[in-house]
Ligand binder design. Sequence first.
Ligand code: ZN
Length: 486
Amino acid sequence: MIQYVALVCRLSPRSDREYEGVDLQERWGRAYAAEKWPGVPIEVFADAGISAANDDYRPEFERFREWLNSGKIAHVWAVEQARVERREVEWFRLAAEMEAAGVHELDTNRDGVVRVRDAVAGIKAVLNADEVRKLKKRHRDRLNENAADGKPPGSKPFGYAHAKNADGVKTYVLVPEQAEAIRQAAEWVLSGWSLANIARELRKRGLRGAHGGEISAGSVRSFLTSRTITGVRVYQGRVVGPGNWPAIIDEPTSQAVRLKLSQPRRVTRSDGRTHEITLQAVPTGRRYLLTGGLAVCGLCKAPLRATVKQLRHGDRPYYECSPKKRQPNGDPGCGRIGIVGLPLEAHVVDRLFTKLDTPAFLDAIAADDHGARRDRLTDALADVERQRNELAAEWAVPGALTMSEWQTARRGLAEQEQKLRRELADVPPPVVNVDVAGAREAWPGLTLDEKREFLRMFIGTVTIKRARPGLKTFDTKRVEIDWRKR
Ligand SMILES: [Zn+2]
């Protein structure tokens, strides 16, 4: 079997905040190998952009271990020992693997030749780990200080770019087209679009992610659920205060969006069993656009049901009043109304988009009558969060609370939060500036549930009146749309 010299390289920060590139390390390694092991083939294992101080998965490093364990490695070189593995336990594991593979030495430029099983190696690894801990602590302390000052984190989020303000303090400035995309995406989420559709639409408009990557459903979720875009500073998962940068969307909108996107949550009940609460509109499984109470009978007001009916041109969707449905007064539906489905659906969508072109209608929609209620619920939710933090602080004090007191209090808060979130979900979302052109263009690509939700934002009911005798074609005069007033 051919055995190789393994050059293990990885990007790592230097003291001057620059990085020592992996290609530079590779050059040094090749020079070293050419001199010490002339003629032995070289295999490079280079993890660019990944720090061994974190528990990040290092694919190239894992590949190196595979080669090592299958006996393909004769010699190992790295620029320094810490570049191979900083963490104690992992270093000892690797040392054992190298030993087992018959590689007794690690060649380095900076630490000389390290005998892998030597105590020296172990102690060096411990020292390295200690350095890492100190570095991390320094980093954390600085983060904490920065966070308290409302300075932005070092990462570059979608929507913003790094900058310095007039006083030379680090801040974020808006990237206008990205900020606009965030506002747009928030509105789309509130109008019921799926993340995949939003991502597709943004890609179509030529947008790229914060670091130039392709926008995916996941990236849309991540920038929409980020608190940074509401202008607040988050540290270790908690809001620590206002940031020194401008918000892209306001807090109520962000709440509504995050609520809409929130995953089903697992909740432990008082009897100890768990169940899932879903805070998000679940797919209804409906197969027709106007069922579920949108289309109603013009004679008895019962919701129409949809079936497939054999018509002149074959099997077609058909909406009809049925005794299986109930009138508002509880009586069975009269069963005296029926209408062909596809022309009806097309007509309703058509009317909606025509309506959306009228400025007066859009103004009426934009008038938000639910702001006060939404604010009250948002405040109450923030209050629950505050109480939860206080409770956690109290729990941390030995003897302040018994286990059962703590659990009871926590359960109480969870129930309160659930109730508030349900209530908030009932408040119509603060939708302004409906992007009519965008919705129209995206329409064919929307799922049925998304279409239904969009219609429901604007339409209360679609009342189907009696057919005029003798008229065989689809009659638009039978369709009366009751537009939602918000
Ligand atoms: Zn009826």
